[in-house]
Design a protein around this ligand. Structure first.
Ligand code: UDX
Length: 443
């Protein structure tokens, strides 16, 4: 059992804190946001994440998980401190390290005994060394010498399955050159270590690079199949067959070969831009990642053109109502950060369409994120209410409940029979049997 403080109760911090407590550690999650901490103390979870509420409840009751705004108090008594604050992108794509620096300086200000400082946030390569420097500066100001080590321990959580990903990871990456810190981290992840989860020890920089390389590779993989899908449409191939056969090659793998309206979310767009920025800064441009970033932007716009073209070309969206199913960047989350739905809804509205939108979780998010087109938006009550009186149905996010639509009912509710299945959920034949004009991706 290790005593842990987690600084930052955002997505990563909260999931990590709760799951680390579930591994048997004693964890205090701290944040400067008083309201958020008060809510968490009452068991109110600020994000939508399946399973998280019960992990928080279980460990709070067991006396292993605490929430506090007393950062100095928490830092004084802990041997392991996780930094899990946000690193939002700046204008040029680089990561803003302001919160990381503030957390590091707090650690230097208050720690009183040997501390392992763990970077959980996704940070540019070299940040671990900076964290050590910031802590050292604060210790110098105090005129004291307290030993500490910095570890990079990137997270690979997917939203919607974050608890499962944290408790059943493909690997745990520990970047540190200190034997003592490595030993303590093994204790922190003891239950995974005993389960023989691959446990990869590297230096700080490699661990920081692993996170960017993994996310950039996945973003490139999605972008690759999206471009192949676009080409399939031109040459008469069907991307579903292509992806199925290509993915059978063990060296390629079947996952992340689903074409769609472009990747979104809080990680891929931000991390690809940050890696591209690091590459340019280092004089070693990562050109394949640069290409994926622009191709992903084009993919989102391409969806708008695809809908407009099918409905009759330039000007055809004017005065038409379009039903949009799914606004979150993927299913099982209310997160709309960089969701393709933002670009696509705005694009359709700017070309004159009115929208009837519906998402099982993201309606509240959508109300402010789509505020710029609010006079063109109607928030529907469900998928059929969205379809009612619309000229086309656009499926943007593959929520489970959209996988089994009553297509005949949809057809009867639409004024024109267009069904844009931008996640290739349905078979062309079944949509056509229901009388719909089916337009998927990549065929
Ligand atoms: C991702 C990484 O998977 C995770 O390891 C990392 O820690 C954070 O970033 P997340 O952003 O939660 O996780 O979502 P993910 O499930 O990976 O999907 C990202 C985007 O790619 C979504 O917009 C999704 O719709 C899209 N996607 C994914 C595709 O378009 N096609 C695919 O085949 C897979």
């Amino acid at each position: 059992m290790v005593t842990i403080t987690v600084i930052g109760t955002g997505y990563v911090g909260l999931v990590s804190g709760a799951c680390l407590a579930d591994f048997g550690n004693s964890v205090t999650c701290v944040d400067i946001n008083i309201k958020k901490i008060e809510d968490l103390q009452k068991g109110i979870i600020p994000i939508y994440e399946p399973g998280l509420e019960s992990v928080v409840a279980r460990n709070s009751v067991a006396g292993r998980l605490f929430f506090s705004t007393d950062i100095p108090g928490a830092l004084k008594k802990n041997t392991v401190v996780f930094i899990a604050v946000g690193t939002p992108p700046m204008e040029d794509g680089s990561a803003d390290l302001g919160h990381v620096e503030a957390a590091a300086r707090d650690i230097g200000r208050y720690m009183s005994a040997y501390t392992v400082v763990v970077d959980k946030s996704t940070v540019p390569i070299g940040t671990g060394r900076k964290v050590a420097q910031w802590i050292g500066e604060e210790l110098d100001k105090r005129g004291v010498q307290v030993p500490f080590d910095v570890v990079s321990n990137p997270e690979f959580l997917r939203e919607g399955s974050a608890v499962q990903d944290f408790t059943h990871p493909d690997r745990v990456v520990i970047g540190s050159e200190s034997g003592e810190a490595r030993k303590i981290m093994k204790e922190v992840y003891r239950s995974l270590y005993l389960n023989e989860t691959p446990y990869i020890e590297t230096n700080l920089e490699s661990a920081e690079m692993i996170k960017y390389a993994a996310n950039a590779f996945l973003a490139v993989k999605i972008t690759f199949i999206n471009e192949i899908a676009n080409l399939c449409e031109k040459v008469g191939a069907d991307v579903r067959d292509v992806a199925k056969a290509v993915g059978r090659d063990g060296r390629i793998g079947a996952k992340f070969l689903h074409p769609g309206p472009g990747y979104g979310g809080s990680c891929f767009p931000k991390d690809t831009r940050a890696l591209a920025h690091i590459g340019r800064d280092s004089g070693e441009p990562v050109s394949i990642v640069e290409a994926a970033i622009s191709a992903n932007d084009r993919q989102k716009s391409r969806m708008i053109n695809k809908i407009e073209e099918a409905l009759g070309g330039a000007g055809s969206l004017k005065g038409k109502t379009i039903a949009v199913l799914g606004l979150a960047f993927k299913p099982n989350t209310d997160d709309m950060r960089e969701s393709p739905a933002l670009t696509i809804c705005e694009g359709l509205a700017n070309r004159g369409a009115k929208l009837r939108v519906w998402d099982p979780a993201a309606m509240k998010e959508a109300a402010w994120r789509l505020a710029s087109i609010q006079d063109k938006l109607f928030f529907a009550a469900d998928e059929y209410d969205a379809a009612a009186g619309s000229a086309a149905l656009v499926l943007l996010t593959e929520w489970n409940q959209f996988r089994n639509l009553d297509l005949s009912r949809v057809k009867n509710l639409l004024t024109l029979p267009y069904f844009f299945d931008l996640r290739n959920v349905y078979k062309q034949e079944e949509a056509e049997n229901a009388g719909l004009k089916y337009i998927g991706i990549g065929k």
